[in-house]
Design a protein around this ligand. Structure first.
Ligand code: HEC
Ligand code: HEC
Length: 335
């Protein structure tokens, strides 16, 4: 890895970016993982099921910029009308706000657009987890006839003919516009789309005032009722598969899509989905794989009943909803 290219982003309380990274790690328990590309996240570990989003990452900002340009260009779609950002509005929760997404020629898909924010922390991608990584995922929308309806050959042709893109690619890699470089740029951009310093993170890192009293009660219920058996880790979700309707039957509005079963045809995969991240969930209504539920209290009641076999008192539902609002934060700005 060409370490001299990697710029450290000092976030939150670390205001002075010239100090070498290692200085911050003298006392805290730390761990780092390497994302698919050469991006490095510096995690701060705490005890308990939910872990904070790292406030510090090393990422190649030149590839981030190129990836951002690719994410917002309609050139990736067959008829130059749809971009990744048509369905993933990075400044508005990272989804599109509709129950299901609409692609080229007004074609309607069958699933709700999940947020792209913090997606690099998911163990797999898509509601049914069919893509093993962000780089695997990209071919999905590019080829999907109800999303971008294009192909790599068409895209490479269009980007090579574009003066901005052809120069930008060549300045980063002598091979210029290739599928590998397109994928690398978009995934590096996605790796930069993290939302540290949400109230829950500040609370976990020791700021007891970061959550209101109601949110603290919500956290207590969220843990005690067992939401964290599934929604846990850095993304408060995104690290396992689970059956929707694990304990009780699920409402009819959610029953049609069989999730992982549609890929594997195995009985044990019926209605199994990737547990979604609850990060920024207050900004990503409507909810569930087909966007059938448009408000958080209802989503929480369905979860408590279907996944845990509990009917929660209304006060507890409200407390948990208040907590879910504490999972939101803004995307860091990478220049
Ligand atoms: C027409 C709308 C649409 C477009 C365009 C689109 N997406 Fe998506 N995206 C979706 C939907 C819907 C899903 C969920 C599909 C599923 O799970 O079967 C999804 C899933 C994802 C996921 C997985 C997130 C997770 O938590 O599982 C990522 C990452 C993603 N898209 C990135 C992209 C990128 C990058 C592009 C551009 C190359 C793109 N999307 C273009 C609608 C769209
Ligand atoms: C047994 C595992 C499990 C438990 C326990 C669980 N969930 Fe879920 N949760 C899931 C799965 C799987 C989904 C995705 C279901 C779908 O969309 O088909 C989900 C979806 C959600 C969603 C919708 C997210 C979105 O972006 O659409 C919310 C909100 C949610 N859960 C909150 C909770 C709360 C609050 C609790 C505790 C009362 C809880 N969950 C308990 C597995 C679980």
């Amino acid at each position: 890895m060409h370490t001299h290219y990697y710029i450290s982003l000092i976030l939150g309380i670390f205001a002075c970016s010239a100090v070498p990274l290692s200085l911050y790690y003298l006392s805290n328990e730390q761990s780092t993982i390497q994302a698919e590309q050469a991006t490095v996240y510096h995690f701060e570990k705490v005890s308990g099921a939910i872990q904070p989003i790292p406030r510090q990452i090393e990422i190649d900002t030149r590839w981030v910029s190129l990836g951002k340009a690719l994410f917002i260009t309609p050139l990736l779609s067959k008829n130059n009308t749809i971009s990744c950002s048509s369905c993933h509005l990075v400044d508005f929760g990272g989804d599109d706000g509709f129950p299901v997404s609409t692609g080229i020629d007004n074609a309607e898909g069958e699933r709700n657009s999940p947020t792209v924010l913090n997606s690099s922390f998911n163990f797999r991608q898509f509601w049914d987890g069919r893509a093993s990584s962000l780089s695997d995922q990209i071919s999905g929308p590019v080829h999907n006839p109800v999303e971008m309806g294009s192909s790599w050959a068409e895209i490479i042709k269009k980007l090579s003919a574009d003066i901005y893109f052809s120069r930008a690619f060549l300045s980063l890699d002598p091979h210029g516009v290739t599928r590998e470089n397109i994928v690398k740029a978009i995934t590096t951009y996605e790796e930069s789309l993290i939302t540290p310093d949400a109230p829950i993170d500040r609370y976990l890192l020791g700021d007891n005032t970061a959550l209101t009293e109601q949110q603290q009660r919500g956290l207590h219920h969220f843990i005690n009722h067992g939401c964290t058996t599934c929604h846990q880790g850095i993304n408060i979700g995104g690290n396992m598969y689970q059956k929707l309707g694990r304990v009780n039957t699920i409402p009819d509005i959610l029953i049609k899509d069989l999730g992982k079963y549609q890929i594997t045809k195995k009985e044990q995969d019926r209605n199994v989905f990737k547990v979604p991240s609850l990060r920024n969930v207050a900004d990503t209504s409507p909810y569930f794989h087909n966007g059938a539920v448009d408000n958080l209290p209802q989503a929480v009641r369905i979860m408590a009943s279907a996944q845990l076999g509990r009917e929660l008192p209304e006060q507890e539902v409200e407390d948990i909803v208040a907590l879910l609002h504490a999972f939101s934060s803004k995307v860091i700005e990478v220049q």
